[in-house]
Design a protein around this ligand. Structure first.
Ligand SMILES: NC(=O)c1ccc[n+]([C@@H]2O[C@H](COP(=O)([O-])OP(=O)(O)OC[C@H]3O[C@@H](n4cnc5c(N)ncnc54)[C@H](OP(=O)(O)O)[C@@H]3O)[C@@H](O)[C@H]2O)c1
Length: 289
């Protein structure tokens, strides 16, 4: 468990649901979420953009698990920034999730496009809508995603409620140290999206050597690297075997020296997305087959 800056406790390991849609799972998206709940996940990460909030709502109902036992995080997409649009997006997420409240609501990206001149006003408006929903009890925690320190500073000009976490692409090979050090200094939890680098780092020789050294699987190594630093992680998996492995990564300690080695590796596996710059090509050099 990790305690957030407002006292809320969350599981360090949640289930990521990007691409858990009927199109991509042969109509099994509800079953995948039910499998994750059966394996023991009690934190589900979704987003309006993922197109699966309804299926997650269905799975929550079908599981028979009390709603209060499950922590559900969702996000407003970058085309819906600004007070009115975000207010509507919150309502739409509540309806699709078939829930009276959302445990954590995030702004998915701080800008619709890198050159949007209105980005500050838009995120300030979105956050104000989230604060109003928070005051009404519709959202229990407010968070950010893909916000870099200067985006948070813009939000701070008007925000009244501190965000609890910032979800960033974080994995061996993409450690975003500047953003992470700002978050830690400001008591905002770094949460890792693509903690497994979406398998794009699996075949890197240094990572394979480190797995062999510790006698662990690649997911054990990649998740322990983040958990040991106190970050939360939301790996996605389709099979129960992967779900199990990720929820219970081997409990071992990466030495201080190896942790620095992994943190200082050259960039590997980056998805190529940055809020302030046009998209770069995805780094597939070490992708698992
Ligand atoms: N905020 C954002 O902008 C943002 C962006 C991207 C993602 N996210 C969130 O973060 C979550 C996780 O990120 P992600 O889905 O991009 O990537 P990820 O969790 O790093 O990697 C998922 C991939 O790893 C494979 N995998 C999972 N467990 C494994 C294991 N134990 N051994 C071997 N392979 C394994 C999965 O295969 P199988 O599916 O075949 O098991 C899948 O191909 C997303 O689902 C989403 O909730 C947020």
């Amino acid at each position: 468990m990790i305690t957030l800056n407002n006292g809320t406790k969350i599981d360090a390991i949640g289930f990521g649901s990007y691409k858990v849609t009927d199109d991509l799972t042969g109509g099994k998206s509800v079953q995948v979420v039910l499998d994750a709940l059966e394996v023991g996940y009690r934190y589900i990460d979704t987003a309006a953009f993922y197109g699966n909030e309804k299926e997650i709502g269905d799975a929550l109902k079908m599981s028979g698990i009390a709603r209060r036992e499950i922590f559900v995080a969702t996000k407003v997409w970058k085309t819906e920034l600004g007070y009115e649009k975000t207010e509507k997006a919150i309502q739409a997420s509540l309806e699709k999730l078939q829930s009276e409240y959302i445990d954590l609501f995030l702004i998915h990206w701080p800008k619709e496009t890198p050159d949007d001149p209105q980005w500050k006003e838009k995120i300030q408006g979105s956050y104000a809508a989230m604060e109003d929903a928070y005051a009404k009890g519709l959202i229990k925690n407010l968070g950010l995603s893909n916000f870099l320190p200067h985006h948070i500073l813009a939000l701070n000009e008007t925000a009244k409620v501190k965000p609890v976490l910032d979800q960033l692409e974080l994995h061996v090979g993409h450690t975003q140290d500047a953003a992470v050090s700002y978050l830690l200094a400001n008591d905002i939890l770094p949460q890792a999206w693509s903690p497994l680098g979406r398998t794009r780092v699996f075949k890197h020789p240094a990572i394979i050597a480190m797995e062999e050294k510790y006698g662990v699987t690649v997911s054990d190594l990649l998740l322990r690297f983040l958990l040991q630093q106190g970050f939360s992680v939301i790996p996605k998996a389709s099979t129960k075997a992967h779900m199990e492995g990720n929820l219970h990564p081997k409990n071992f300690n990466i030495s201080e020296s190896d942790l620095w080695f992994l943190k200082c590796m050259p960039s590997v596996g980056w998805a190529g997305e940055h809020p302030d710059f046009e998209r770069e090509p995805v780094d597939f050099r070490y992708q698992a087959e």
